[in-house]
Every structure is written in C-alpha cells, then in structure tokens.
Design a protein around this ligand. Sequence first.
Ligand SMILES: C[S@@+](CC[C@H](N)C(=O)[O-])C[C@H]1O[C@@H](n2cnc3c(N)ncnc32)[C@H](O)[C@@H]1O
Length: 216
Amino acid sequence: MALVPYEEGRALQGLRRPTATYRFAGRTVRIRQDWERRGVAAVVWDAAVVLSAYLEMGGIDLRDRSVIELGAGTGLLGIVATLLGARVTITDREPALEFLESNVWANLPSELHARAVVKELTWGKDLGSFPPGAFDFILGADIIYLEETFAELLRTLEHLCSEQTVILLSCRIRYERDNNFLKMLKGRFSVSEVHYDYSKDVHIYKAQRHSHNDDF
Ligand SMILES: C[S@@+](CC[C@H](N)C(=O)[O-])C[C@H]1O[C@@H](n2cnc3c(N)ncnc32)[C@H](O)[C@@H]1O
C-alpha cells in the first residue's frame, strides 16, 4: 500500500490552516481544509494551485467548454475552472463528496451554480454513468500516487476521452512508480510536459489520443 502523499501530508500537518485563501479569476477563493479528520482529500495540494494558475494564465479559453475533474479533493481546481467559464463536473470518491460539495457551493456565486456538478466517480467504476468522450478537458491534480489505482485511472481517462479531448494532469514526481504511470499513459496517449513549477516542484502534462489535432 502506497503511503505517499500521506507521508507528505503528515509532515505538513502543523502547517495546514483550517482555511486556505487564494485569488483566482478576480475572486477570492476560500477553501476549508481538515487533514486531521478527513485526510488526503481534504487539503489543497500544490498541484491543484499550480494547475489552477496555469489555466488562468496559460491562454486556454475555458469559456463554455465541458470539463471533468478527477480526484478533486477540496475542489479548488474545479472551482477555478468554473469561475473561468467552463461547465464542470467535479468528481471524487464517495467519502470525499460531502466536504467537496461544501467547498464548491461556498465558493461559486449563485449565478454559476448551474455550471457545476459534484458527482461520485471512483476510477474504473460505473463509467457508464459518464458519457464516453463527452468532455473537452479532463483535469487532475495530484492524482498519480496510488499504484493500485493506475490501471483503473487509465481506463477512466480512455473512457472519458474523445479524439479532441485534452487531458491536463499536474503532479509532483515523488517515486519511480509515478514515472511508471506516465509510461503507461504514453502507451495510450500522446503526452508532453507543458509546464514545470520549480518553486513547488510540480509538473503539468498534457495528454491526447494518438491521432489528434495539437491545438488547445
Ligand atoms: C492527493 S489528493 C489531491 C486532491 C486535489 N486534486 C488537490 O490536488 O488538492 C488525491 C485525490 O484523489 C482521490 N482519489 C484517490 N483514489 C481515487 C479513486 N480510486 N477514484 C477517485 N478518486 C480517488 C482522493 O480522494 C483525493 O481527493
């Protein structure tokens, strides 16, 4: 059983504030955190902050695009994508949903509520309730860390992805097994690194089906 990023979470335990505050899309986003009681899905990981900033600054026009976020945790990334104009399905495992929903609805102005949906998605399970290939973007922040989920995560990406879909995954490479997932990903998709944040040691990878148009 992989421990990371649990070890990293414990190391940062004393530093986690009950509320983390960010400024994205001209708005203040306040995310409640609860590492002690709820664990890994209830804190904001650097990968989510870096990918949120990339979406805001990187020249990707999310207006009216359909987006799904996998392993959303506290929901920061999905919230930012919604604030940037996308229609976003924000997903995680069932135990994470209540806390995730509370952060999402506390941060989206009421006029944007209809543009976001919070839904259970455990990788590889009940994929039939998600239309195949229906999303323009698939986002994931710090979701490459549990080796036993790699095959199911890949299956989920393949199910959700059309020829046009752009997958953006942000992660810290902690162990060789994380590179193994990237090798698995490269076996099924065209993968390129589009950004590296030195200060936070977070990579962003873009993946698309092998025969794709290379534009965002
Ligand atoms: C390290 S946290 C990252 C959370 C958030 N994306 C962030 O960066 O702040 C990993 C997330 O993946 C989710 N996760 C782990 N295994 C999963 C699975 N099999 N299916 C769906 N989500 C899963 C966890 O619940 C957690 O929210």
